[in-house]
Design a protein around this ligand. Structure first.
Ligand code: OGA
Ligand code: MN
Length: 291
């Protein structure tokens, strides 16, 4: 089987055709898609009518282990009864629109901040696979930023300054910037995690900024200097030349590499229209002894 790639942006993101992912079992084919991920970091597959089981099984075949400790999974119940399947929607367990003041809605609004999935956990998320089930009539897009191209565009002196720095990522930190307050018990369940600020992605050898709204401080620096650096890098990495905006169609499956990108949801009229997607994220397990 030959995959056909159509580039969607000058530095990353491609639409892939020629494959039905429900039938993608062949090791060579799965490896070819992984190579596509190393090259493009975001792959868009149209017309993939996946059930929840299809989506979970494909993610498992694609990357082996699934993340079941994303923020929503740790904080609250899962309406699908499977913590590896994340509910990316604005509806409750009965399918009714969440009210403006609902805590689940307030929590979900955090997806509108630039982030990478589960960076506040160790291990964090590697690939995320997001499947569109119900879409509102007006655009409710997702934006992606290429943090490899953003790293490459930094000057040599700037790159040298970032060497060896580590970042503390905390979901309490990012949610708190929107006024969402974690209880002490929630803080205790989600203490955050520390990761290198610049990562090398093994499959491509490319370096990428590992940033997110969850990034609360630079471990090696005083808090104010660290936050200023993080703010400056977030601004740099999300300039228009590094951003691809995905306009969803029903049955799209989009896969992104959380090590090489950030993403955010864009605003839509969530008080009046349903938007339901399902996400499966894989675990970014590091080989023993690697940095
Ligand atoms: C996610 C996410 C953005 C969106 O699924 O991880 O951030 O547009 N989604 O729903
Ligand atoms: Mn996300």
């Amino acid at each position: 089987m030959t995959l056909i790639y159509r580039s969607l942006h000058p530095t990353f993101a491609a639409e892939v055709s020629g494959v039905d992912l429900r039938g993608a079992h062949d090791a060579g084919l799965l490896e070819e898609i992984r190579r596509g991920m190393d090259r493009y970091a975001v792959l868009v597959f149209r017309q993939q009518p996946l059930s929840d089981t299809d989506q979970l099984e494909f993610a498992q075949r694609f990357d082996g282990t699934l993340h079941s400790k994303t923020g929503a999974a740790v904080l609250g119940g899962n309406r699908f009864g499977n913590e590896a399947l994340t509910d990316i929607s604005n509806v409750d367990e009965r399918g009714a629109l969440l009210k403006a003041g609902d805590r689940r809605r307030a929590y979900a609004l955090g997806n509108r901040l630039w982030h990478t999935d589960a960076s506040f956990q160790d291990p964090p998320g590697r690939y995320s696979l997001l499947s569109a089930r119900v879409l509102p009539p007006a655009d409710a897009d997702t934006e992606f930023a290429d943090t490899r191209a953003a790293y490459d565009a930094l000057g040599e002196e700037h790159k040298a300054q970032l060497e060896g720095l580590h970042v503390h990522h905390s979901i309490a930190h990012s949610r708190q910037t929107l006024g969402f307050v974690f209880s002490q018990a929630e803080h205790d369940k989600l203490p955050g995690a520390v990761h290198a600020l610049v990562r090398t992605i093994p499959g491509s050898g490319r370096r990428a900024l590992y940033l997110a709204a969850h990034a609360s401080r630079i471990v090696e620096w005083p808090v104010p200097e660290g936050r200023l650096l993080l703010g400056e890098l977030m601004e740099h990495a999300t300039q228009p030349q590094f951003v691809y905006r995905h306009r969803w169609q029903p049955h799209d499956l989009v896969i992104w590499d959380n090590r090489a990108t950030m993403h955010r949801a864009t605003r839509f009229d969530d008080a009046h229209h349903r938007r339901e997607l399902r996400r499966v994220t894989t675990l970014d397990l590091q080989p023993q002894g690697s940095a």
